[in-house]
Design a protein around this ligand. Structure first.
Ligand code: DWN
Ligand code: ZN
Length: 422
């Protein structure tokens, strides 16, 4: 298939309609990061251009191409991992959403992109009524099995109206790491407006573009992530759609995220100082001018080269290297750094859906951690670096036996038992 038949090239900015774009980075053509494949002697894969541009009017960073979401999400390989870090985080999100804007006891919570329903279960346990909306049929099945009612749909204005009609207005609409995946943000915000109760709150968690630029998290650039948001860009977007940003909290998950609370313009809440404070930090970091993005692109090039040279050097010296965590970021990192099955023997991952498959583009086989532990490599490239603390603690035995990890960003860093103890 000509892959461009199933991808749309972005012309006008999805936030402000602007057409004056700065080119930021371009990684050539790459397969979708969650398109894991059955092992085969040869592969034919769809690849799509992967490049980021920045709107000079509102400073939305956007991908240049939008892959058809039916291709990306109907069957989805990313299921919320069994991780203390993410479980604790989800409990925190449930608490903060319940308390910060007085969510009524027994209120109604709708989550977009609810995956296997782990986040919603935290609300259920607190006595709230919940409904998930997620297009991935394989994940909806899991959520339903765990007692979380979930519609197998993309969230849009029609879905929102149907939910309001069948279940009533929502006190909280939540979208964790899903809003940056949406092309038609206007349609979704129309739906949110129609679904929210008058005093209701719309909360999203997205990677913060300032953290992404500062910490050089270029591996979070893949086809699912259409937008890289600054707080100020979200303020602009919401204002255009009858919503108001009320509060923003920085959180460490996924390399630095923001939890952004918003309400209806006509609602009872007023913005808190955090909104202005974070906009000021973005301004101070120079993110409303071209230079910051030019510097980002230069630094990305340096890290790409350093990582490739480091890993190839280790292999040339006879060391065995494998990946740890077949994350979407990891797939991107390997593809854009030119590392593949020639360098990495395998990649260990806890997700049953990924085990036994090969990683898109680079065809590194994915195996279970148990299998990996039977024949561990000399060096693990930590492709799930956002869980570094948890993973390094879990792998203390491996480190103690002389094993090492490479944390790839912002600059490749080798961690051994000794450096960790120091
Ligand atoms: O926005 C998105 C984020 C939030 O989640 C999505 N578009 C897709 C996904 O991105 P990701 O795949 O980069 O997410 P994670 O959570 O960083 O992926 C970690 C991977 O590592 C999972 O496949 C599970 C695996 N893992 C592991 O093998 N051992 C994770 C932990 C904690 C472990 O100990
Ligand atoms: Zn714009």
């Amino acid at each position: 298939m000509n892959t461009l038949d199933s991808a749309r090239q972005v012309t006008a900015c999805r936030v402000c309609g602007g057409v004056d774009w700065q080119d930021v980075v371009s990684f050539g053509s790459v397969p979708p990061a969650n398109a894991f494949l059955e092992p085969a002697p040869a592969y034919e894969e769809d690849r799509y251009p992967l490049a980021v541009i920045s709107c000079r009017s509102c400073r939305l960073m956007s991908l240049t191409h939008v892959v058809d979401p039916e291709i990306l999400y109907r069957t989805y390989a990313y299921a919320t991992p069994a991780s203390d870090t993410i479980n604790d985080h989800m409990r925190y999100v449930a608490d903060v959403c319940r308390t910060r804007f007085d969510l009524p006891a027994g209120g109604f919570v709708v989550e977009l992109g609810s995956n296997t329903g782990v986040q919603l279960r935290a609300f259920q346990e607190a006595g709230l009524r919940v409904l998930g909306v997620d297009p991935a049929r394989n994940l909806v099945e899991v959520a339903e099995r765990h007692g979380v009612r979930t519609l197998p749909e993309f969230f849009d204005a029609d879905t929102a109206r149907a939910v309001a009609r069948d279940h009533g207005r929502a006190d909280l609409v939540l979208g964790r790491h899903v809003f940056a995946h949406i092309d038609d943000v206007a349609g979704v915000l129309t739906g949110v407006r129609e679904l929210l109760a008058p005093g209701g709150v719309f909360a999203i968690e997205v990677p913060w573009a300032l953290d992404m630029v500062d910490d050089l998290e270029f591996d979070t650039i893949y086809h699912e992530h259409l937008s890289y948001f600054l707080v100020r860009t979200l303020v602009t977007l919401y204002e255009r759609h009858g919503l108001r940003v009320l509060d923003v909290e920085r959180l460490p998950v996924h390399g630095g995220s923001i939890l952004v609370f918003a309400g209806l313009e006509s609602g009872p809440w007023r913005p808190r100082p955090s909104v202005r404070e974070l906009c000021d930090r973005e301004e101070a970091a120079g993110l409303f001018g071209d230079d910051a993005y030019r510097r980002f692109a230069e630094r990305v090039e340096t890290t790409r080269r350093e990582l490739r040279d480091l890993i190839r050097g280790q292999v040339a010296e006879g060391r065995r290297v494998a990946g740890y965590g077949a994350s979407a970021k990891g797939v991107t990192l390997l593809n854009v750094c030119g590392l593949d099955g020639g360098e990495l023997e395998f990649c260990s991952d806890t997700t049953p859906l990924k085990q036994g498959k090969v990683m898109p583009g680079v065809h590194v086989p994915v195996c279970s951690p148990k299998r990996a532990a039977q024949d561990p490599p000399d060096l693990y490239l930590l492709l799930a670096w956002n869980y570094a603390e948890e993973i390094l603690a879990k792998e203390a035995g491996y480190l103690g036996r002389g094993g090492r990890f490479v944390i790839p960003v912002p600059r490749p860093l080798i961690v051994s038992g000794e450096t960790r103890a120091a």
